[in-house]
Write a protein that binds this ligand. Sequence first.
Ligand SMILES: Nc1ncnc2c1ncn2[C@@H]1O[C@H](COP(=O)(O)OP(=O)(O)OP(=O)(O)O)[C@@H](O)[C@H]1O
Ligand SMILES: [Mg+2]
Length: 73
Amino acid sequence: MIFDPEPKGSRRDLFDRVEEIGKIKSLSSPITLVLGLRRTGKSSVIHVALNELSLPYTYIDLRKFAVDCGGGV
Ligand SMILES: Nc1ncnc2c1ncn2[C@@H]1O[C@H](COP(=O)(O)OP(=O)(O)OP(=O)(O)O)[C@@H](O)[C@H]1O
Ligand SMILES: [Mg+2]
C-alpha cells in the first residue's frame, strides 16, 4: 500500500533504493548502520533487504520505547 505510514517490507512497494538494498544484502560485517534524514526510507530498505535474504532475524522497533524529549513547556 503506497500511503501506508509504516516501513515497506517488499521491493514491489518501495520506489528505487535498488543500490542501497543491494549494499545491505552484500554486507558481511556484524554491525551495519543505516543513517539518514527522517522518513527517507531507512527502515524500509532494511526490511526489504532482510526479507529478500530469507535469513532469520529479529526486528526491534525502538519507537515503542521513545521518551518525549520535545522542548515544550
Ligand atoms: N522509496 C520509497 N518508496 C515508497 N515508500 C517510501 C519510500 N521511502 C520511504 N517511504 C515511505 O515513507 C515512510 C517512511 O519510511 P521509513 O519508515 O522506512 O523511513 P525511516 O527513514 O526509517 O523513517 P524514521 O526516520 O521515522 O525511522 C513510510 O510510509 C514508507 O513506506
Ligand atoms: Mg525507521
